[in-house]
Design a protein around this ligand. Structure first.
Ligand code: SF4
Length: 492
């Protein structure tokens, strides 16, 4: 993924600053609670939500199982419709392809539709290094770009900013990038939106190259789909002469009939709308209408490695609705930046360590960035069991066998951290396989319980500092059972 996050510390350290920032926490709390309540209302209107959720899960699982077949079908359909398909194994390859395609047009600037895939590969930075300016046109992405910031939410990348901060960014930065902010700009939403509209309009009308991602790709016709709320995407997809779309290979659905399911679940789960204000679809090129050249860059970048993992592959079902972020108590307090990836929150905690491997400090810590409360699973419109994958990835980190990527190669390494947890698990295994010793230990613990500390020493202090340690009973359960029931307990 993007180099922007390389070298980040582990999640707890990265989150510390955010947790202590009251303004940030206030912004996040207000935004996530508002979206969460609206989503719940939008979902409750649909009587067959559970069936839609199950259908989405099944369609995605089926497609992932036959991904090779559907990708080939998609390539044929796109090519037949006049598009050109490119395959990129990793971020470097995708960036190189896009850079060369833009250079071939002779242009030095592009307009972009909001796209997670291009953020994942650090495309803007790669283009900048080649002397090509990429302008984000989604309002929240524009705020992030002008503020030289990083996105902190999948759907609302500037969720950590309030209106006053946005007004200040527009006032100070817009003139650097093009049309300045209007005189006397206030922080009312209408004025901020108008300032962005005026600033972006000249870029839309000038740009000859547009770059997008896609929410879905329909294999049977080679159609790409972008859903959005502002109309900026429609401009980028229709006005430029050349359109380049960079899309993860898992975004494919076999048929339009399958797409129908997601066009119902995605808007309600993301923006709490019954349908998206703008749903743009395009199939190759059309004479005299829209871009005359269309390139599709199909991106792997760790997805086939993820697909190879029986438990972890369900993360590839994700339709990036962000509902899991808005209900997550950890995300609400830590914010998005601490996840060290363009994919924050619960989905980021399972996707990033799979796409990038668990070799770095931040990636090895992400599976622990959760209380395993399960709220993410409850709201996920494609029923990704995020807690299950988190536990699975913790196992991977703790038991060694960390998976890292070196270029195109997947490398297994022994884990570096979490030695204490490994030792504790070994001790527990020994105790549970020696019932006599376990019973002696339990009796000793009961007899000495008055002397037990209420907090743990050493590295356990932080854990016990925020929790009540359960009191040790006066009598072990097995002794109580034997005394009151008079029988033998099952372990004897
Ligand atoms: S994991 Fe589920 S809830 Fe979270 S963004 Fe993806 S589809 Fe939405």
């Amino acid at each position: 993924m993007s180099g922007t996050f390389v070298g980040m510390p582990a999640f707890p350290e990265a989150a510390r600053e955010a947790v202590g920032n009251e303004t940030l926490r206030g912004n996040l709390r207000h935004a996530t609670h508002t979206i969460r309540a609206k989503r719940a209302k939008a979902v409750s209107e649909v009587s067959d939500w559970a069936e839609l959720r199950e259908a989405g899960k099944r369609i995605k699982d089926h497609t992932l199982r036959h991904l090779d077949r559907y990708l080939e079908q998609l390539e044929e359909s796109v090519t037949a419709a006049g598009g050109i398909v490119h395959w990129a194994a990793d971020a470097a390859e995708a960036n190189e392809i896009v850079t060369q395609l833009v250079k071939m047009t002779g242009e030095s600037e592009v307009v972009k539709v909001k796209s997670m895939a291009t953020q994942e590969i650090g495309l803007n930075e790669a283009l900048e290094a080649a002397g090509i300016h990429a302008y984000e046109t989604d309002l929240a992405e524009l705020i992030v770009q002008l503020g030289k910031d990083r996105p902190s939410h999948i759907l609302v990348p500037a969720i950590h900013r309030n209106r006053g901060e946005i007004r200040d960014i527009f006032r100070s930065e817009m003139s650097e990038w093009g049309r300045p902010a209007p005189e006397g700009l206030t922080d009312t939403p209408a004025e901020l939106a108008e300032a962005a509209r005026l600033h972006l309009r000249e870029k839309f009308l000038r740009a000859k190259v547009g770059i997008s991602g896609a929410n879905f790709m329909v294999a049977e016709t080679g159609t790409l789909v972008v859903v959005e709320s502002e109309g900026n995407g429609r401009m980028c997809l229709t006005l430029p002469e050349t359109l380049i779309s960079v899309v993860g290979i898992e975004k494919i659905v076999p048929t339009w009939r399958d797409l129908e399911v997601f066009l119902q679940t995605l808007p309600r789960s993301s923006t709490a709308e019954r349908m998206n204000p703008y749903t743009s679809t395009w199939t190759g090129t059309t004479d005299e209408d829209g871009p005359s050249t269309f390139h599709l860059v199909l991106l792997d970048n760790g997805r086939t490695d993820t697909l190879a993992d029986d438990v972890g592959r369900q993360a590839l079902r994700c339709i990036r609705c962000s509902a899991c972020l808005n209900v997550c108590p950890v995300y609400e307090r830590a914010g998005g930046h601490a996840y060290g990836s363009v994919y924050p929150g619960p989905i980021g905690a399972i996707l990033s360590p799979q796409l990038r491997g668990t070799g770095s400090e931040i990636d090895a810590s992400l599976p622990y960035a959760s209380s395993l409360c399960g709220a993410c699973y409850e709201v996920c419109p494609v029923a990704i069991d995020i807690p299950e994958v988190l536990v699975h990835l913790r196992e991977r980190v703790v038991q060694g066998g960390e998976v890292t990527r070196e270029g195109n190669k997947v490398v297994l390494r022994p884990a570096k951290g979490h030695a204490a947890e490994r030792a504790a698990m070994r001790a527990a295994r020994w105790a549970f396989t020696h019932p006599g010793a376990l019973r002696t230990g339990q009796r000793a613990a009961s007899r000495t319980r008055r002397f037990h500390p209420r907090t743990l020493p050493g590295p356990g202090r932080a854990w016990s500092g925020t929790r009540e340690l359960p009191p040790v009973p006066a009598e072990p359960f097995r002794d109580w059972w034997q005394r009151t029931r008079g029988g033998k307990d099952g372990a004897e």
